[in-house]
Design a binder for this molecule. Structure first.
Ligand SMILES: C[S@@+](CC[C@H](N)C(=O)[O-])C[C@H]1O[C@@H](n2cnc3c(N)ncnc32)[C@H](O)[C@@H]1O
Length: 260
């Protein structure tokens, strides 16, 4: 497949949920190289940059966020963190026949709190494999994932992207939970004028205050990545379970070690 402008072609990676990079199958020396890489990734210049620009609190919050959400425990030998709340399953095992080979992703590098490149590859691979006709993304932010889902979904697919209206009170959690806290003027900026966005219907509404099935009908694929506090995630999950079509798939972001 030709590489589209702005895209990256990725080679096959080991897949697991929620992390794409599994260590188990590697020889020991490569595991340690990978761990060192992860360590450097966590202690990345973004934390130093935040420290210089916004102070110790923001830098520590960023590090804590990275440590809690991504599989850096092995790298840091930091065993006191909460254990995984869900079992770890290779994505190819959970979805036999799914291939992580040659997935093009657009805007591969995430902003703070965005889905990692590996997670984006898995989402795109899932959509390519499952070919859902109707997709719901709860929490669009700039629209990076939405755009990638639009590219990988079948031509006739319809994507509803849900995000907060400008008048909504700020999201409960401070860290990356609200597009305004991320410095975005409005959600879906990457979708504006983009040809793939023709498939996307951006809806500005608080996901916890509407009945998704009543408002939009059933969906074959739901990606939940809106508010991150426990009560909202619970409401979104209940809404999703009512709205998912038979045989459909629901994907949650940020669930690994986070209680919400
Ligand atoms: C972590 S970001 C989403 C990132 C995006 N899914 C991605 O993959 O790049 C969370 C988004 O959810 C939105 N959000 C937070 N609470 C929400 C709610 N109750 N209803 C709808 N959207 C919400 C925020 O405004 C923000 O844009």
């Amino acid at each position: 497949m030709p590489l589209a402008p702005g895209g990256w072609r990725l080679r096959k990676t080991m897949g697991s949920l929620p992390q794409a990079m599994g260590l188990e199958s590697l020889p020991p020396w490569r595991r340690w190289v990978r761990r060192l890489g992860r360590f450097l990734w966590v202690m990345n210049p973004a934390a130093a940059w935040l420290f210089l620009r916004e102070g110790r609190r923001r830098a520590l919050a960023y590090l804590q966020h990275s440590l809690m959400l991504y599989d850096t425990r092995d790298a840091l030998l930091f065993r006191s963190l909460e254990p995984l709340w869900v079992p770890k399953v290779a994505v190819e095992k959970a979805f036999p026949g799914l291939s992580l080979e040659r997935i093009e992703v657009f805007h591969p590098l995430p902003r703070l709190g965005g889905v990692s490149m590996e997670e984006l590859v898995i989402l795109c691979a899932l959509v390519r494999h499952l070919r859902p006709r109707r997709i719901l993304e709860v929490g669009v932010a700039e629209g990076r994932t939405t755009l990638n889902l639009a590219f990988h979904s079948p031509p006739e697919a319809e994507i509803v992207g849900l995000d907060l209206p400008p008048e909504a009170p700020p999201a409960v959690e401070e860290q990356g939970a609200d597009y305004r806290q991320m410095g975005l003027a409005r959600p879906g900026l990457l979708l504006e004028g983009h040809p793939w966005a023709a498939k996307v219907r951006l809806v500005l509404a608080d996901s916890t205050r509407i009945d998704w099935r009543e408002s939009f009908g059933a969906f074959d694929f739901i990606f939940i990545d809106g508010a991150h506090d426990y009560a909202s995630v619970r409401r979104d999950s209940e809404n999703a379970l009512r709205t998912i079509a038979p045989g459909g798939v629901i994907v949650w972001h940020d669930y690994g070690r986070a209680q919400g």
